[in-house]
Design a protein around this ligand. Sequence first.
Ligand SMILES: [Zn+2]
Length: 209
Amino acid sequence: MVWPCPLPVDAYVAAGRAVEFPRPACPACRAPMVLWAGYWRHVRAAGRCRKIFVPRLRCGCCRVSHALLPAFVLAWRLDVAETVGAVIAQVAGGRCGVRPAAERAGVPYTTARGWVRRFSVRAGGLGTAFAALAVELGGEPASAAADPRGFALAAIGAAFGAAAGLPGWLAVGCWRFASAVSGGRLIAANTGSPYLIVGTRRFMPPVPP
Ligand SMILES: [Zn+2]
């Protein structure tokens, strides 16, 4: 599970185990969940590797536990969503090739190439899902472009533009928003997410007040 954390990475890191996070309902049965445990993992932001605490919540009813990732994290990726998103936006948006984008982001070329490849593979589905979300939120429909990657980028931008009109989301930012609504699986091979949005069903994780 991913929550729409608006905290700067530095602030999240500094809080350690004491970091404040919401207690979402169980995605399976909607019962309340309680803090169960947690683990430490690395993230890389602005070229620096940091350790963050990821709480694990457990459902009091079905007893399944779920890790609660802050939205600046993507599942199974070291680099934060903003870094990954910036590279994808530059390359998939046709502004530059992978190598200069990787250099600007301070990540290895092969890492950046992997992100762009995953995004390209998933572009059609992402474009459709985010365009549907944009419409659900009363935003502009993104029109399907000839290039699926351009369509996906436009749809993510349109959905975030619409979400930014709702309380809390503007501060979360576009790529954390994309991580939050895709359950951290924006560029993952396994796309199952409790929040992914298709058709008239909209699942956005609640923003803490
Ligand atoms: Zn449950």
